[in-house]
Ligand binder design. Structure first.
Ligand code: OAD
Length: 249
């Protein structure tokens, strides 16, 4: 699936960054955003994924997030999430940066994980930003903050909002230091997240992509696996396992 050069770079790589998008959870049954039938194919982000929309129609937006949360609660991490946990144990430095809010990487057991867009299962106050610790499962409308009376909202990053400066800084640090970068299941068009791929390129990392379709990163990746996340990550893992066996024979 990969060229000889890519395989050799992968086996030798010591500082690895993996960057994931919605496509890695597609095989868990979670819809992506921009594929046919994806969330942004059926719904308008302007009506759902920004603060103004939430303030003007809180129940409507809340219920959409409740629906997404219930989909995620009924699903589970797939082989690709699990393969990344294994890889983390096999490389000296390994950082996983995800745009996903489903929490599946954490659930699978990834340790060095940076969630750029937050986590959909966490809630916080829209005004004072205090985390809301009580369960909101089954609620049809957003509760109110106990501190300030503000609306409780899902703990995800909406359009027009800044990413956590700390998470972004840690991501940039890992990317600027890595020698091998793998982008998996992302259309690579949402900024500033997608800029990490370009940062990796500028810093001289070798870049591969796992995606059954062409993404916006196509021109800058060094090689790609045009297949699904589970197939691509199992293949990368097998290469590592075979290599460590060879070394022991
Ligand atoms: P997109 O929906 O934009 O892209 C999903 C990508 O996954 C596409 O390139 C698909 O080809 C690919 N894909 C589909 N099935 C796959 C599979 N089985 N294995 C591997 N790849 C597959 O999702 P993202 O790039 O993650 O923002 O979108 C980025 C951001 O846009 C999201 O984080 C979200 C959204 O608005 C926020 O929530 C802030």
């Amino acid at each position: 699936m990969l060229s000889e050069l890519s395989i050799s770079k992968w086996l030798k790589a010591e500082k690895v960054v993996v960057f994931t998008g919605a496509g890695i959870s597609a095989e868990s049954g979670i819809p992506t955003f921009r594929d046919q039938g994806g969330l942004w194919d059926q719904y308008r982000p302007e009506e759902l994924a920004n603060e103004e929309a939430f303030r003007s129609r809180p129940d409507f937006v809340w219920q959409w997030y409740q629906w997404r949360r219930s989909l995620i609660r009924q699903a589970e991490p797939n082989e690709a999430h699990i393969a990344l946990v294994e890889m983390e144990h096999m490389k000296p430095e390994f950082t996983l940066i995800s745009q996903n809010v489903d929490g599946f990487h954490k659930l699978a057991g990834s340790q060095k994980l940076l969630e750029l867009h937050g986590n959909i299962q966490l809630d916080k106050c829209i005004d004072c930003q205090q985390p809301y610790e009580q369960s909101t499962e089954g609620l049809e409308e957003p509760p109110l903050c106990r501190e300030c009376g503000g609306l409780i909202r899902p703990g995800v990053v909406w359009f027009g909002e800044n990413l956590s400066p700390k998470v972004m800084a840690l991501s940039a640090q890992a990317v600027s230091n890595c020698d091998f970068f793998i982008t998996i299941g992302t259309s690579a068009i949402v900024q500033p997240a997608a800029s990490l791929i370009y940062m990796a390129k500028q810093n001289g990392a070798y870049i591969i992509e796992i995606n059954p379709n062409i993404s916006a990163a196509e021109d800058i990746v060094d090689d790609f696996i045009r297949d699904t996340a589970t197939v691509g990550t199992s293949y990368l893992l097998e290469l590592l396992e075979d290599n460590s066996l060879d070394r022991h024979i």
